[in-house]
Design a protein around this ligand. Structure first.
Ligand code: BGC
Length: 742
């Protein structure tokens, strides 16, 4: 009798377990079959939680299936969580790493993986499952307020950097979210703006970087953008999210919305946007109602739920990882330093002004010298324990600083911040440059060995930059550069400018007045130490520009269709560039336009100086099964160690399409080469990568004929050329979708 009861009890338990299975990687379909409609809908919508204070969002947990809440937090320049917690004396700082644009300036995918491996460890150890990064949108126009988070004006460089970023983070067993998919190239009216883009420009530029990131990085998640693309919200676009991303590119993770609550939840779910973030009850209700009235089919619902469960079983939360809240911040600060050192770009260095020789007495100018910009603002801002200032870094490096000047700047910055706090309740993010009296500069020039001017900018989410006083220098900045140049040069002393900025600024009109220009961008919490190490020559600069510095803003054709004056929209209700933005320039973005038209630039794409010089030699091109392999030897011909970035540009035969004069198809960075040392680099290019997109046939097409292969130290400085012959034209048809006419 007892045995029979036990058997019945065991059978009931088995049935119950079958009806209510605990999620494992092998029973996803059983779990889906056991879920109620309410549970399924909830899983597709984010929830509120306080698991990790400061995290951006969460996914829904369902206890009865053992489905945990998972945690999503921002990046990209490090993990963004709150550094302190109520009733808790411990701190939860994350490392402020170099911004995306600086990482791209390294042209070094291994370095990017090293930096992001460290960020990923913080993600894991602070109990977060997915970092909402990298930001991959192309630098279509220099004024986009979030360019600092993004990598480049070139899709190949951008895609390779993004893939490396993803690999580094995910090597920790946590996820990434490649964002913002797609054409989120301006911040003005970003929630509603309609980007109108040709299929060719989409395929070759604005989707290409994502394609590379997805195929080579294999991110766990993708974030759709807020904006519309050719008439549809990207998060509601089946062709974008399913036809291209999931079917053509084979993306097998989840797509989540950017943070909002658009009415078209149903359209999003159907389009393949699996998760709504940060999530509201009305989104759950909309999904339930749509399933009940048949506008979302059971297959569509279960498809998204399956994607969510496949995501969840990968997460540290699901796998019970016991996080420590103690990532190795000391070790990661060293990684942040290296990340900046390997990426800073030397733009100008007349008469070997840098590295500085011996200990010097330095007059440090600019409010930014004591209010250093480690990163941008908005969701990309990291709560770091400290930011090294230029002042401290230079003192540590052995320089003697002019204290009068430092005190003057400090007093002014503190005053401005206090004033702002009083007037607006918060301290201004960036204090504008103050005029320095000529008489003071005159005295300081006599008392010091040289001048270093730190010129700063900050930008961030939600607003684009202006031309006046942002792309262009302010009057105070111009005057300062002019006066420093006159006073210091009169005494045979040097003037060095450090550009602590997040996006491209005008340089052509003033660069002639100074001896050296260093571009560290916004280099993270240790960036000022990296700058000091480059100034002293401890490190030889090896960064190269991931975009062009034009002579004038208007040299970019996109300037005809970009919102550069916010007041216009408010005052006059202008719709152009606000409600919609026509990418009329098509594929003619950055160097693709400027190099093809032979336009003068201030600094070309791929440009960057070193303290040594390199020679390129013994070039060989070998056909492979699906393209070619190029080998080139690089020799350090100078007297100090250094690294060189070799850029492989291709000029393709026209075929039936007009093409840019050249396009970047591969790149590689040498190891540190000692004087006289050589290294042979191998660069691979596939035939598919040679192809251009033909809208008439909806196919990628590689024309037959001679391809000129150019090895450059920048797009303008070609050191060696070779040829690759494609005997037969090749074509890769794709779905004819996303047309602007639809
Ligand atoms: C930003 C995203 C960010 C999200 C969560 C949005 O406003 O556009 O980049 O990941 O907020 O904070």
């Amino acid at each position: 009798m007892k045995k029979a009861i036990l058997t019945i009890a065991a059978a009931i338990m088995t049935i119950a377990a079958m009806a209510q299975p605990k999620l494992t990687k092998d029973n996803i379909d059983d779990v889906i079959n056991a879920m109620t409609l309410q549970e399924k809908a909830s899983l597709l919508v984010g929830v509120r939680s306080s698991l990790v204070p400061g995290a951006a969002g969460y996914t829904c947990g369902i206890d009865r299936f053992g489905i945990p809440v998972t945690v999503l937090a921002d990046g990209p320049a490090g993990l963004r969580i709150r550094p302190t917690r109520e009733g808790d004396s411990k701190t939860y700082y994350a490392t402020g790493m170099p911004i995306g644009t600086l990482l791209a300036s390294s042209w070094d995918t291994d370095l990017v993986e090293t930096v992001t491996k460290a960020i990923g460890e913080e993600v894991l150890e602070y109990g977060v499952d997915v970092l909402l990064a990298p930001g991959v949108n192309l630098h279509r126009n220099p004024l986009c307020g979030r360019n600092f988070e993004y990598f480049s004006e070139d899709p190949l460089l951008s895609g390779k950097m993004a893939a490396a970023y993803v690999r580094g983070i995910q090597s920790n067993g946590v996820g990434t979210s490649v964002k913002h998919f797609a054409t989120n190239n301006q911040e003005t009216n970003r929630l509603e703006n309609n980007s109108i883009v040709s299929q060719r420009a989409l395929r070759e530029l604005y989707l290409k970087n994502f394609e590379i990131a997805i195929k080579e990085g294999k991110p766990w998640t993708v974030m759709s953008s807020y904006n519309k693309l050719n008439g549809n919200y990207t998060q509601q676009d089946y062709d974008l999210l399913t036809t291209i991303l999931k079917k053509e590119w084979g993306f097998d993770g989840i797509v989540m919305t950017d943070w909002g609550n658009k009415e078209g939840t149903v359209k999003s779910a159907k389009a393949g946007n699996d998760l709504m973030e940060p999530g509201r009850q009305n989104e759950v209700d909309r999904i339930i109602a749509a399933v009940q009235d048949g506008s979302i089919s059971k297959e569509e619902l279960d498809r998204n739920v399956r994607n969510m469960l496949n995501y969840i079983i990968r997460t540290p939360k699901f796998n019970g990882y016991n996080f420590t809240n103690k990532p190795d911040l000391a070790a990661h600060a060293k990684v942040a330093l290296k990340g900046a050192e390997e990426s800073i770009v030397l733009l100008k260095n007349d008469n070997a002004c840098l590295p500085l020789k011996g200990t010097e007495k330095v007059a440090l100018y600019g409010v930014t010298s004591i209010d250093f910009v480690a990163g941008g603002t908005g969701s990309g801002e990291v709560n770091k324990a400290y930011v090294v200032n230029m002042e401290d870094a230079l003192i540590k490096a052995g320089f003697t600083l002019d204290n009068t000047l430092a005190d003057f700047n400090r007093t002014y910055v503190n005053y401005k911040k206090a004033e702002n706090r009083l007037n607006h309740g918060w301290a201004q993010a960036k204090v504008k440059e103050i005029a320095v009296p000529l008489s003071a500069i005159h005295e300081q020039a006599a008392a010091n060995d040289m001048a270093i001017y730190v010129l700063g900018r900050n930008a961030g989410e939600g607003a684009d930059r202006n031309i006046n006083g942002d792309f262009e220098l302010t009057e105070a900045e111009r005057d300062l550069i002019r006066d420093l140049s006159v006073e210091y040069h009169a005494l045979g002393k040097k003037v060095v400018v450090v550009l602590n900025i997040g996006g491209v600024i005008e340089t052509a009109s003033w660069k002639g007045l100074v001896d050296a220009i260093l571009l560290p961008w916004s280099p993270g919490q240790e960036g000022a130490n990296a700058i000091a190490n480059i100034l002293t020559g401890k490190v030889s600069p090896s960064g190269k520009l991931p975009m062009t510095f034009p002579v004038k803003y208007q040299d970019h054709p996109s300037s005809l269709n970009f919102p550069y004056d916010w007041n216009l929209f408010h005052a006059r209700g202008v719709k152009k560039d606000f409600e919609y933005t026509k990418y009329e320039e098509g594929i003619w973005v950055g160097y693709r336009h400027l190099a093809t038209r032979g336009a003068e630039v201030s600094y070309p794409f791929g440009y960057g100086l070193s303290y040594t010089s390199f020679e390129y030699s013994t070039l060989a091109i070998k056909a492979t099964a699906d393209g070619f392999e190029a080998t080139i030897a690089v020799t350090n011909k100078g007297s100090v160690a250094g690294k060189e970035v070799v850029q492989l540009y291709v000029s393709a035969p026209e075929g039936s399409l007009e093409k840019p004069a050249c396009e970047l198809k591969a790149f590689a960075k040498t190891k540190e080469l000692k004087p006289g040392e050589s290294q042979t680099l191998t660069l691979k290019v596939s035939n598919y990568e040679l192809a251009s997109f033909n809208e008439a046939t909806s196919a990628w097409e590689a024309a037959s004929g001679r391809y000129s292969i150019r090895f450059g130290s920048s797009v303008q400085d070609i050191r060696a050329t070779a040829e690759f012959k494609l005997k037969k034209a090749l074509s890769w048809p794709v779905n004819n979708v996303l047309s602007p006419e639809r």
